[in-house]
Design a binder for this molecule. Structure first.
Ligand code: UDP
Length: 384
């Protein structure tokens, strides 16, 4: 047994944790089954166009957490960017998230904020008092037209089930505004790391107390060689699916390349069922400091994850949560192992949530160790 800890997964959760521990004098080995670091935020240059591509879908960093922002600024130069999403469907192209522009566009109005509030209030389904699912949440707050135009089909494509079967929480992520603010996020800080997300994670991992081994899947036998294991993969996979599989959505990407600008914006959502993909991203807008003659757009097709598919989104349907509860006794009995990150916690976390959570984990772990050492010391020095 050694002081070194094992961190499974070289994504944001694992790398941030490794860095905090390293700076406090705790060495780690970080392993990843993939051939690259950075996990799901891995980015690399598209050979044909030269554009930096977020290989597992767009990652737009945003946070209001000063601690998280200070941390990431130590490892990358951040270029400010505001995510302005558009939604396209049979009725036209609209501004997202739902704002005064969207309301005026959809209903052919020229309402001011107060008028729009009143107008939307007249559309709200007041018979729903406590929304029990995502559909009820939207009918209650924005009414049927907005729900059907922007949310019903998109959500069905994204999650593979009707919004009636989904928790209202999924929609609470999306703000609805009665002004012309079309910034997709409410956070204070938003932008991209100039060295790409792979560069960001590489810089976080660049510490003498951190060793990184890629192409290395976790094996149970490794556990005994370390003082603690932090596992950022899915808990069901860790226990070899002993209590069944938890539901995840995965995403397939279709690449389209061409000259000039292909889409005209970073993010375009396709909110009709007649189009099989959910959204498309023109990645050169994610590097506003670069100039590219060519361009690449990635179309996202969401589907149920199975077998070796990369799990993207934890579904958290009632059956999944019951499944997760079945794993809890196993997690409890598995001493010396902590589950971290979006997959490890089986939660819909953004990058800033993941970073904040790893900063907290490191703090707790170090405090626990310090307390243990302090207790031993006092046992050796205190009079009887
Ligand atoms: N959503 C939708 N229509 C849109 C955008 C979002 O119905 O045009 C719903 C959908 O259910 C989605 C959720 O809102 O899963 C959260 O959207 P977000 O853009 O935060 O998804 P992410 O970027 O995490 O995939």
């Amino acid at each position: 047994m050694q002081q070194r800890v094992l961190i499974v997964g070289a994504g944001l959760a694992g790398s941030v944790l490794a860095r905090c521990l390293a700076e406090a004098g705790v060495p780690s080995l970080v392993i990843d089954s993939r051939e690259h670091p950075a996990g799901m935020c891995y980015s690399s240059r598209d050979e044909e166009t030269g554009v930096e591509v977020h290989r597992f879908g767009p990652h737009i960093f945003h946070t209001s957490n000063e601690r998280v922002w200070a941390f990431v600024n130590r490892f990358a130069h951040w270029v400010p960017w505001v995510n302005r999403v558009h939604a396209t469907n049979a009725k036209g192209v609209f501004s997202m998230p739902i704002n005064l522009h969207t309301i005026n566009q959809l209903f052919g109005q020229r309402l001011n904020p107060a008028q729009a509030r009143e107008f939307i209030a007249s559309k709200q389904d007041k018979s729903i008092v406590n929304p029990a699912n995502a559909e009820e949440q939207l009918l209650r707050f924005v009414g049927r037209e907005i729900y059907e135009t922007f949310f019903r089909d998109y959500t069905t494509k994204q999650w593979g089930v009707s919004p009636r079967e989904l928790s209202a929480d999924i929609i609470k992520r999306i703000p609805i505004r009665f002004n012309y603010d079309d910034n997709y996020y409410n956070d204070i800080y938003q932008g991209f790391p100039q060295e790409g997300y792979t560069g960001l994670v590489q810089n976080i991992l660049a510490h003498e107390a951190i060793s990184v081994q890629l192409n290395t899947p976790y094996e149970a036998a490794m556990k005994g060689e370390f003082s603690h294991v932090f596992y950022s993969g899915p808990p069901d996979a860790y226990f070899q699916f002993a209590c069944g599989r938890l539901g995840y959505r995965t995403v397939d990407f279709r690449y389209e390349r061409g000259e000039g600008e292909l889409q005209g914006c970073g993010c375009l959502n396709y909110t009709d069922m007649s189009v099989p993909f959910t959204r498309a991203h023109e990645h050169k807008y994610f590097s506003p400091w670069e100039k590219h003659d060519k361009s690449v757009v990635l179309y996202e097709y969401s589907r149920e994850a199975s077998g070796d598919d990369a799990p993207y989104y934890p579904k958290r349907m009632p059956a999944d949560l019951a499944g997760l509860r079945a794993y809890l006794p196993l997690v409890e009995a598995e001493h010396g192992v902590s589950f971290i990150g979006r997959l490890g916690c089986y939660r819909y976390m953004d990058m800033h949530h993941v970073i904040a959570s790893s900063l907290d984990y490191a703090e707790h772990f170090l405090a626990y160790r310090a307390e243990k050492v302090e207790k031993l010391r006092s046992m050796a020095t205190d009079p009887l």
